[in-house]
Design a protein around this ligand. Structure first.
Ligand SMILES: [Mg+2]
Ligand SMILES: [Zn+2]
Length: 194
């Protein structure tokens, strides 16, 4: 049997770029220090890097889909300028109760539902059991656990707040806690040396 590909799924806002609530202006995109290097280091190990982002601001009418695409284009440019790249970018643009019909959808891709990870399984041959999700919110961890992957929480973005105020109530602790994406990646790679 041919082994599937190990993927590292990255939440975007608060993990790769600074969290500003509903990033609706491409000029306000700020990439978190070390994030590009982290992505490059992961890709060098053969892992596929997949962005998985909920963008319900579109369904809510806070910004149009074209703004999301422009932000994403700038982010990809910065990542590529640093010698890395994303293998795929998946976004859930839906909201279960808000927005016009195309966006108002009780979809299977809104995290923590596993649709975007299943898509990576189908399109990239992702081996989810060997994969990680790195995020700044509990929903990112639940996403990982919903498919048998491991979940890392970073303290950037909402992470420190979630860890301080919400984590004591979680039934399962994160598989890894790190200051930021670069530290999370270094520890994941260190752990997997066999
Ligand atoms: Mg986030
Ligand atoms: Zn969706």
């Amino acid at each position: 049997m041919i082994a599937g590909r190990r993927c590292v799924f990255l939440d975007r806002d608060g993990v790769i770029n600074e969290e500003i609530e509903y990033l609706h202006d491409p000029a306000r995109l700020v990439v978190i220090e070390g994030a590009v290097r982290a992505i490059a280091e992961l890709r060098a190990t053969g892992a596929a890097i997949v962005v998985v982002t909920n963008q319900a601001g579109i369904a809510r009418g806070y910004f149009p889909e074209s703004v999301f695409e422009e932000v994403q284009r700038r982010l990809s440019e910065e990542v590529e300028a640093g010698g890395a790249r994303f293998d795929a970018v998946y976004a859930c643009l839906h909201h279960p109760t808000m927005g016009p019909p195309l966006y108002r959808l009780d979809c299977d891709c809104r995290k923590p539902r596993p649709g975007m990870l299943r898509r990576a399984q189908a399109e990239l041959g992702a081996d989810l059991q060997r994969s990680w999700v790195i995020g700044d919110r509990h929903g990112d961890l639940q996403l990982a656990w919903n498919v048998g992957a491991r979940g890392a929480l970073v303290k950037s973005g909402y992470g420190l707040g979630e860890l301080t105020y919400l984590a004591p109530g979680w039934a399962r602790p994160p598989d890894l806690v790190a200051e930021n994406l670069l530290e999370a990646v270094e520890r994941i790679l260190g752990r997997e040396v066999e």
